[in-house]
Design a protein around this ligand. Sequence first.
Ligand code: PMP
Length: 443
Amino acid sequence: MNNLNLRKIMEEKEINTYNIWHPFSNLQKNYFNQLVINEGEGIYVYDNNKKCYIDACSGLWNMSLGYNNTRINNYIKKQLDKLPFCSLFEHTNSTVVLAANKILDLLPRYMNKLMFTCSGSESNDLAIKCIREYWHILGQPNKNTIISFNKSYHGTYYGSMSISGITQRENKGYNPLLSQIVMKEVPSDLYSNEDNKVYMQKLVSYIEEYHHQIAGIIIEPILTSSGMEIVPCEYINEINELCQKYNILVATDEVALGFYRTGKAFYFYNTQLKPDLVCMAKGINAGYLPLGAVAFSDKVIEVYKNNKSFLSHGSTQAGNLLACSAVIGALEEYKEQNIQRNVENVSTYLLKQLKEKLVYHSNVKSVRGVGLLISIDLVNASDHDKTLEEVRIAHIQNVLAEEGLLVYRSMIGLLLFPILTITIEEADKITKIIENVFHNYIF
Ligand code: PMP
């Protein structure tokens, strides 16, 4: 297929006939193969023609236990019959307390308090506010700079956008963003050792010079939206040490990685990171209802407590009882199904299979994975230094969908976020579809 035809097919998909303004969509043209998905069961979703797809995106990385999970459904139904909502501004509720307890049980012992939010974006906004407020309470209002990573993504609210490297680069019409945010290049598995040393040295020098102004750092340890760039653990450990040394708060964004996506309950357990704040969402209740949360260390809580200060945050719907009942169901499922072990076993197998089947292909640069988060990095067949054009990656995504597999598109290739319950047989099905599609084409 020549370039022009391809572009025509992809770009002429008019979507402005629908009444929904889809997130991040261009009303004139869209690369997405918009499906009407109306049903789901296990790892499968079905469109309006009853065509079946394996959902290797886990919805939008959140439906980690798949669709129509009986236990989660029952928890939600029971709660619905009992009480759907309780204002946490004024009261409390046993479902909310139990959900919070269950999440805190997965976190380090020095984290004993959690605030619910409505989304990952809100969790990161709350983290920014808390980090700044902490130093304000301690009488150091000028210690308000937040460091974040160049290729990070933290969400779409003004705070979370401001700390998102991806958003900052785009310089959109909604600027200005928050001030006192400093973006830093960070080492990753996609750079050479020499480059990584340079980036780290620059970060170290910056922190050493300006630490008295730096309130906190927000770490996205795998820069997932940028294309799954993995910050090597030794660098995360080094950043952690620096932050301890210079009294800089550390928040880690576990929105995409938390709740067993990479094996352990939270990704930071693979490192020596001792976060003061953990931001979460997505897998918190396996995507069944909107919910996020931030967990706080005792160190942070003590400052608020001792100074009789209150945390300036809260939204009406955060901690909705149905969403919290789904947390209880999801966490029971993660535990009883031993999801951690399943992720460790199936991910090793799936990654090996995909590598074996794709390594020869002239569009495939590499296949990388951390748990059930796998990137197929794509390049031009004739120039391996060039990432495959977005329109071509979108085309592959569409062909895979036609063959019954939904995958996510990143800036450098395809991302797989399979549902965490997948079996070896289901992993084989995923590999087979990808293998067939790549076998038939050079893109
Ligand atoms: N942080 C990270 C690391 C994310 O991947 C995302 C969503 N992709 C967010 C924050 C934002 O979460 P939400 O879409 O729930 O606001």
